[in-house]
Design a protein around this ligand. Structure first.
Ligand SMILES: *Cc1c(COP(=O)(O)O)cnc(C)c1O
Length: 349
């Protein structure tokens, strides 16, 4: 049912990828005169005069050990944003193909589609923020290449029902992208262990959230070897810099520290949810599987602006469908959370 060759754009199927000096010679040598690098060195220390490993094998090995996924099933992008954009470029013919998103959801699926001139169809979530499978199915036609599922979802903070995602994976013959940017904060199981069951599955994760490295720009895609080969064919040859590879490797050694932060953030999220729910101007705090809370309030826009005057920035989602009257609030430090709650308490006096 899933035919990768048929889904790919013709130009991508036929593409002869760029072959770098590092692709053509991989062995050991003393003298490297093959890549037009500056042989004298650089103003920086170490080997920054050399091009980085185009396939980031050391980083992938380290991720492989943590996730239990072989390196050939991993693609690394300059943030998830690159992992998203490359899928459009590989699969979607501009002006002809379409994709389906499930709003309210992460904005980049639609922006990236617009950049690539790809039609976006919208299966708005149900009132409980779950997938509307009937609507989804009705939107699919022969030009539908991808379905984007964000779980846990931004900005609604909930996870999608696992069975619903499985139904989509089992019935949609195109690519199903499950964006798990917030999976580490969730009680639910990741889909990365299911790659062998679903040749059409792409799981996105990132080092920007739980790993605390939004500044690094390191996105991860997990998929079949065939899909990872497509990614490697269309990516810019050196999309992850040497600096980023080294820092990612360092960070990946600190998985214990990261797990501690995740536990702390989850505890603080529950505390913040309780504190917010006790405030008179808060109408509802939605359950969260992420490191943020969606909070419904009386006069959300006004509260947003008052918080700004106190120097506190949250995200105004009050005009977003299904999130009417809501602010999206990231879990901060203990001190920041206390400041937020105090500022809100002052507002209700
Ligand atoms: C924050 C976020 C990302 C991360 O994007 P990066 O480009 O890796 O920083 C991806 N997906 C969702 C849904 C997010 O909220």
């Amino acid at each position: 049912m899933f035919d990768l060759d048929r889904l790919l754009r013709d130009n991508i199927r036929r593409l002869v990828p760029y072959s770098s000096a590092r692709d053509e010679f991989k062995g050991e040598a003393q003298v490297f005169l093959d890549a037009n690098e500056n042989s004298l060195g650089s103003p920086l220390t170490r080997w920054y005069n050399r091009y980085p490993d185009p396939h980031q094998w050391k980083v992938k090995e380290a991720i492989s050990k943590i996730k239990g996924i072989p390196p050939q099933h991993i693609f690394l992008g300059n943030g998830s944003d690159e992992c998203i954009d490359l899928l459009y470029r590989a699969f979607c013919i501009p002006g002809k193909d379409n994709v389906i998103i499930n709003p309210p959801t992460y904005g980049m699926y639609e922006v990236s589609a617009n950049i690539n001139d790809v039609e976006v169809r919208r299966a708005v979530l149900l009132d409980d923020f779950q997938l509307d499978l009937v609507h989804l199915e009705n939107l699919v036609d022969e030009n539908t290449k991808m379905i984007w599922i964000c779980s846990p979802n931004n900005p609604t903070a909930n996870s999608m029902n696992r069975q619903d995602i499985e139904i989509v994976l089992n019935n949609f013959p195109g690519v199903v992208v499950v964006d798990e940017a917030y999976i580490n904060f969730s009680r639910h199981k990741s889909f990365i262990q299911e790659l062998s069951d679903y040749p059409n599955l792409v799981v996105l994760q990132t080092m920007s959230k739980a790993w605390g490295l939004a500044g690094l720009r390191m996105g991860m895609a997990f998929a079949s070897e065939a899909i990872i080969d497509v990614y490697n064919k269309v990516k810019p040859p050196y999309n992850i810099s040497q600096v980023n590879q080294e820092l990612a490797l360092q960070a990946l050694e600190e998985v214990g520290q990261v797990n501690d932060m995740i536990r702390q953030l989850v505890t603080m999220r529950e505390q913040l949810a309780t504190d917010l729910a006790g405030l008179p101007l808060v109408l509802k705090v939605y359950p969260s599987d992420a490191n943020f809370l969606l909070v419904k309030m009386n006069n959300a826009r006004g509260i947003y602006e008052s918080l700004l005057e106190d120097g506190i920035v949250v995200r105004d989602r009050s005009k977003v469908e299904l999130c009417e009257g809501c602010l999206r609030i990231t879990v901060g430090t203990e001190k920041e959370n206390a400041e937020l709650v105090e500022a809100l308490r002052a507002l209700s006096r």
